[in-house]
Design a protein around this ligand. Structure first.
Ligand SMILES: [Zn+2]
Length: 147
């Protein structure tokens, strides 16, 4: 058995025992599987280090996953009905479609609850560091549409 340290999101560090690097990486994957998704796309990662007899740490590999955004609830039993901000009378301010690199950022507002749906097709992939990833983020009731 070898000791491994799994360094995860938010500076967390767990020690595990494993028979091999592969098994330690499986442990890292299991740790990532327990992370709750949020209202925005995220790329949580865990870095795996092998601990030597003298306590030194040797980097093994990193496990990273894409965690899709969860849709927040609309009012009651309604489903969100996404509209362009302009259509709901918010003008161009902070809404519509804007270019971002080789992609676009689109913003939609729900006509029932005022939540905002933003999709960036040129986000940086948190695992690879490369642009071109799709990042979805929801913001709940950012505007009071009942005014
Ligand atoms: Zn809604």
């Amino acid at each position: 058995m070898t000791i491994y340290v799994l360094r995860g999101p938010a500076q967390t560090a767990n020690e595990i025992e494993a028979d091999s690097d592969g098994q330690a990486l499986e442990g890292a994957r299991a740790q990532l599987a327990r992370i709750e998704p949020t209202t925005r796309t995220s790329w949580p990662s865990v870095r795996v280090f092998r601990v030597g007899g003298d306590g030194s740490e040797e980097y093994v590999d990193q496990v990273c996953i894409t965690l899709d955004a969860v849709v927040p609830l609309c009012y009651g039993v309604r489903e969100h009905e996404w509209r362009s901000p302009r259509e709901l009378g918010f003008g161009d301010a902070g809404g519509g479609v804007v270019k971002h690199g080789d992609g676009v950022i689109t913003t939609w507002v729900c006509r029932h609850c005022g939540s905002e749906l933003r999709t960036d097709t040129w986000a940086v992939d948190g695992c690879t560091g490369e642009p071109g990833a799709r990042k979805v983020s929801y913001r709940e009731a950012v505007r009071d549409i009942w005014r």
